[in-house]
Design a protein around this ligand. Structure first.
Ligand SMILES: [Zn+2]
Length: 207
């Protein structure tokens, strides 16, 4: 079932499911990463980032212009957010200074102002265009600063599914979310409990 702000992912075994990472900066992690995550890389060229921006929960519509330098900055920021989120999900509060500095640099108000929204008649939101890669990087960094510096750091979690490494912010009222998706890891856990089945191959990848 498609929920607002979810992205469709495909698991190793071909199952497609909807995943809501709960925050823009965590959603951005679905585009790939460094090391082992490099095999999921989706941002090869500047246009890949421009395309992703327009499909992200940032809600940005209209043209995006991304340079090669901006793509590199976005990937650096993504690696920092990944490391911070993994630590937060493990209950650690010891965040590497280099990663915090990466957030600070990326969020810096000048020249990387976040995308500028405005209202058009009919009260729809539009964006001063083109939205640049630097503006988007700044928006992701500010989102990460709010998340990691906010009062609900304990809601940054890694899916409890075996060998599922998806990170999300638990925005549920009771704060009891354990799974990337009930369709995926939630159901598989239920099945396993019920039938004591061997687990499926488990890692998941962005579509
Ligand atoms: Zn999962």
């Amino acid at each position: 079932m498609r929920l607002a702000n979810s992205m469709e992912l495909t698991a190793f075994d071909g199952q497609r499911f909807w995943f809501d990472p709960g925050a823009l900066c965590l959603e951005f992690l679905l585009t790939g990463g460094e090391g082992e995550l490099a095999r999921w890389e989706r941002l090869h060229r500047p246009d890949d980032l421009a395309d992703w921006i327009s499909r992200s929960r940032a809600g940005i519509t209209g043209p995006c212009a991304v340079t090669a330098d901006e793509l590199a900055a976005a990937r650096r920021l993504r690696a920092a957010v990944q490391r911070l989120a993994v630590r937060a999900a493990a209950g650690s509060r010891a965040f590497p200074e280099a990663d915090l500095a990466a957030l600070r640099t990326a969020a810096a108000p000048s020249p990387a102002l976040p995308p500028a929204p405005f209202l058009v008649p009919g009260l729809e939101r539009a964006w001063a265009s083109p939205v640049t890669g630097s503006q988007f990087v700044s928006a992701v960094a500010r989102d990460a600063i709010e998340l990691f510096g906010g009062p609900h750091l304990d809601r940054v979690r890694m899916c409890a599914g075996e060998e599922c490494y998806l990170l999300f912010f638990d925005a549920s009222r009771p704060a009891t979310r354990r799974w990337c998706s009930m369709e995926r890891c939630g159901n598989r856990s239920k099945l396993r409990t019920r039938r004591d089945r061997a687990p499926y191959p488990r890692a998941t990848a962005p579509e």
